[in-house]
Design a binder for this molecule. Sequence first.
Ligand code: CO
Length: 206
Amino acid sequence: MKTIDELLLANRAWASDVKERDPDFFTHLHYQQNPDYLWIGCSDSRVPANQIVDLPPGEVFVHRNIANVVVHSDLNCLSVIQYAVEVLGVKHIIVCGHYGCGGVKAAIEPPEHGLIDNWLRHIRDVRRLHATELEGLDHDRLCDRLCELNVIEQVRNVAHSTVVQEAWRNGASLAVHGWIYSVKNGVIKDLKTTVSSLAHYPKNSR
Ligand code: CO
């Protein structure tokens, strides 16, 4: 493990390296951020947003929590979405889950994890919603598929947020995507669940 002082030294080296390659890099970023993407991902240390899509600082606005859950009343996540859409004007919101997600695995087990079980309850809801499809799968398949279904449901939750619905009503160009990342090989799979307008939703499910 690196010491805290070593991390700070590493930061100095990184900053001077970046500046050497592009002398205006930090000056430019100091004045504004102009990201086109909002990333909603898992807090897992193996899934760092910028790195896995190879984007530099300034290009992705990021919100991460355990198991990339978008709760209808989570003011933290909703504020991020509002700022990203209304102020930064992002064009894409990407919900990115990952296989082997500890949060999803824990939601499959009996609820004995303390406070976090309240958060994982949202993933148990996803499992209940898709109980028929998930029935009979072995543990690994269940975990993989629940990771995917969790992303698909969270895309839906983003699309149902007042901010996104309002943006679409105002004609904004904004798409919500569902991706899943494999920690085993570093590859992202598009779950083909993109929503980009109110027309994608039957009126009674908006
Ligand atoms: Co995770």
